[in-house]
Structures are given as C-alpha cells and as structure tokens.
Design a protein around this ligand. Sequence first.
Ligand code: CAA
Length: 267
Amino acid sequence: MAKALQNGLQIIQKSLTRVAKKKFSAGAGGATGEEMEKYTRGVMENIKTTTDAGEAVSSADLIIEAIIESIKIKRDFFGFLDSKAQARCIFASNTSSLSIRDIAEACSAERQARFGGLHFFNPVPAMKLVEVIKAEKTSQETFDTLVAVTKQMGKVPVNCKDTPGFIVNRLLIPYMLEAVRMAERGDATPHDIDTAMELGAGYPMGPFKLLDFVGLDTTTFISDGWREKADRGEIPKELVEKSALLQKLVDEGKLGRKSGQGFYDRV
Ligand code: CAA
C-alpha cells in the first residue's frame, strides 16, 4: 500500500515537472531550476496521502473515486464512505464504463441525490475535457456544482446522461475495436491504420497507439461489460464484437504502456 502511494506521488511529481518546464520556459530568461522547484513543491505540499479512507473523507466536500472498474468494489467502497462522509459531501465516480446509478445505489437515498459522474481523460493534466454525468437521481444542484468545480479546475465540462460510455468512450471504443478487427482481417497493418488516422483524420494518436496508451486490458474490460449490455439490447451488438487478437495480447500480458508492450513492441 505504501508503495502504491509512493508511486502515485512520483507520477504527480513527474507530471508537475513537465507542466512547470512548459510554464516557466515561456518567460524571457527560460526556466530556472529554482522557479520550477518552488512551483512543484507548492503543489505537492497541498497533497496528503493516507491509507485510512474513513479519515480521509471525514471533512471532505467532494470525493472523486478512481479505483478499479469493478462494480462490486466500487459499491462496497461508496457504501463504506457513505457512513464516514459528512451529509453535505458530494460523491463522484471517474468510471469510464459502469453506470453511475448502479454504483450510487450502494448509498442512502439522500446521498444518491448528491452523487454524479466526473470522467477525466488520459493524460489528465493535458486533456481539457471532463464528462459530467447526471444520473437518474442526481439532483440539479449537485450536477451544477460538479460543472462549476470542473470549470474551477480549468477544464471544460460536457453534460452527459448515464448511458454506456457516456459520449467519448461510446464513440472511441467501437472505433478502436473496428481498427483491431480491420488489422485481423488483413485489410491494413496497425502501423498504416495509425498513420492513416493521424494524417488523414488529424487524430493526435492512431487507434493502436491509443489502445496501447489507454491499456488493452482496460479496453477489453469495457467491451466485455458492454457485450453483456448488448445481450440485454441496451447497445447494438456489432459495436462490441469480440476481437481474438485483442484477447490474445491481454492473455499474454501485453497490455500496452503499463506493461511496456502491446500492439507495439516498445511503448
Ligand atoms: N502530464 C502533464 N502534461 C502532459 C502530459 C502529462 N502526463 N502528457 C502531455 N502533457 C502536455 C505537454 O506538456 C504538452 O503541453 P502544451 O500543449 O502546453 O505544450 C501537451 O500535453 C502536449 O504534449 P506533447 O507535446 O509532449 O506531445 P503530443 O503533442 O504528442 O501530445 C498527447 C501528447 C496529449 C498524449 C496527445 O498525443 C493526445 O492528445 N493523444 C490522445 C489522447 C487521448 O485520446 N486520450 C483519451 C484516451 S480515452 C480515455 O482516457 C478515457 C477512458 O476512459 C479510457
């Protein structure tokens, strides 16, 4: 647990250094080590870590959960937090594929009105978008607060309903899966598909680079969950047709950037 916290802090520190370099190199004299150090230290001093979730939330106004995409683990966690947090506290999940309503049901009726979705995008420091999700029981006041908080963070909110994949993933996941099936059919190579989408459609990363970036396991997890929704008629089946190649890479532990290898050998 201590190692995970340390790892998290290191990732934040690395990102901040990148932001600081950019911020201070804009000035006439360029970045000085002292300025950058002061900036990153100032931010890091505002971050506290603990392994005691109950203590961490006892005086919080807003909790944003970003744990593993398991409905059971999320529900257990929020059920626990519901008994520890103040009544005024708003709960938000950063889920990319699960229903906010299904997660929120672990909490009291009052909390369900103060429960919504705040979905950030990778890499979070660079991506401006946040999908703000209003579930069936989210109150208008809670939703408006989540929109205001998003703006305070310097991000751009979009309003979403509690539908599978919200806006971005609903379009992105079927697109990435079709790219994999295109390569499987032998229509084009992953490299050519990436080049085509980068230079022909202006995407910053082609679908295979993006898959490696997001994580092949994450994409598989999302599409497996959606297949169940497709079986219930909630989304079209052809959008999430299974790919043997994607599954093979996941089974081999080739998960993309997080494991060092995915569709590309060195990620
Ligand atoms: N921390 C801090 N800043 C970062 C960063 C990080 N980890 N990564 C990139 N940046 C910043 C850079 O400092 C730079 O800032 P400026 O514009 O101020 O110069 C900017 O982002 C661009 O970075 P680079 O110039 O180094 O590289 P790039 O132009 O190739 O951009 C990228 C990198 C932003 C990752 C770009 O390739 C991109 O937009 N890729 C697509 C990302 C995407 O589609 N994300 C969504 C994934 S789906 C998802 O997240 C949802 C889900 O639920 C699965």
